[in-house]
Design a protein around this ligand. Structure first.
Ligand code: BV8
Ligand code: ZN
Length: 261
């Protein structure tokens, strides 16, 4: 545990966070802030986190075993159906107070970059504008051969839909393991990391690369690092401030305490 870190006990619903005065000072003065979010931010919107045990039919699979090009090549229908199941959940999910608090922060801070690993699109639904979707968006579907997008792929009950242009297999527009992240999004995220004065890591276990390296690099370059997560992660010991609890509770309290919003 680093000497200058402040670690908060596990959150209870009733608790209102008491922010350390130095964090309030940092945030009030900050003009450049970056936030990396993970599946934990959408947990209170009813979406399973990546490492939560899957449910029902999908309980027998590990996400890491389905979210790969190899899995799609071996059994395209299984992978297609898993994403169809998750797409339906994402379509009906609503942003929670944590998403809205991050959208509010974008209004209070001159340069606020929201870097997300999430593929559910909820940050944009909540009103965040400057969003970098490092791992793509589950609501979009593209051809695995020619990259043509299609939002009207028809009946997929018996077979994976095929591209209207080249007859290639359609796939979700997400970044699978062993696939490279979209260059422009990653470059913009790295730039935000280099320039930020405060870096938030929110609702992420911090194990997936290269996204998880951003917070550590920000710390090494002198940014104040704030972790908000339900449980400790490999970043916790390095963070300047670590709040352990629900992001949907902590973020609105933080926005209220700093900006009165
Ligand atoms: C790549 C899209 C080059 C698909 C996803 C270096 C070292 C080690 C490994 C690697 C490395 N470099 C590359 C790798 C391999 C790999 C990797 O990192 N593997 C891991 C498993 C070790 N990385 C890659 O392959 C990346 N590509 O580097 O390209 C390359 C090329 C060829 C060969 C090698 C490398 C691509 C990674 C992208 C994979 N795609 N998603 C889909 O969604 O189906 S990643 C997936 O994990 C999701 O996007 C998810 O968001 C992300 C990270 O998980 P988290 O968001 O953190 O979710 P998790 O469930 O883990 O944690 C949630 C946290 O929230 C928990 O801590 C929980 O306590 C907390 N929580 C829960 N509720 C709440 C809460 N917190 C607050 N409030 C709450 N209410
Ligand atoms: Zn095609």
């Amino acid at each position: 545990m680093c000497a200058d870190c402040i670690h908060y006990p596990n959150w209870t619903d009733a608790m209102m966070i008491t922010l350390p005065p130095e964090l309030i000072t940092y945030l009030k003065k900050a003009t450049r802030v970056a936030a990396l979010t993970g599946a934990g931010v959408s947990q209170e919107s009813g979406l399973r986190t990546f490492r939560d045990a899957q449910a029902g039919l999908w309980a027998q699979y590990r996400p890491e075993d389905l979210a790969t090009p190899g899995a799609f090549a071996r059994d395209p229908k299984l992978v297609w159906d898993w994403y169809a199941h998750r797409r339906e959940s994402a379509k009906f999910a609503k942003p929670n107070a944590g998403h809205y608090a991050l959208a509010a922060m974008e209004k209070y801070i001159p340069e606020f970059t929201l870097i997300t690993q999430n593929v559910d699109g909820l940050h944009r639904v909540a009103g965040s504008m400057n969003v970098l979707e490092l791992h793509g968006n589950i609501l979009n579907v593209r051809c695995s051969e020619c990259g043509t997008f299609d939002d009207n792929w028809g009946d997929d009950s018996l077979a994976v839909p095929r591209c209207k242009k080249c007859n290639g297999l359609m796939r979700p527009d997400v970044v699978w393991f062993e696939e490279s992240l979209p260059r422009a999004q990653l470059d913009a995220a790295v730039n935000a990391m280099h320039t930020c004065q405060v870096f938030f890591s929110i609702g992420t276990s911090g194990v997936v690369h290269p996204a998880s390296a951003l917070a550590h690099a920000a710390k090494a370059e002198g940014a104040v690092v704030v972790e908000i997560n339900a449980e400790p992660t490999p970043l916790t010991a390095k963070a300047d401030f670590a709040f352990h609890g629900k992001s949907g509770e902590i973020l609105p309290d933080l926005v209220k305490a700093v900006w009165g919003g």
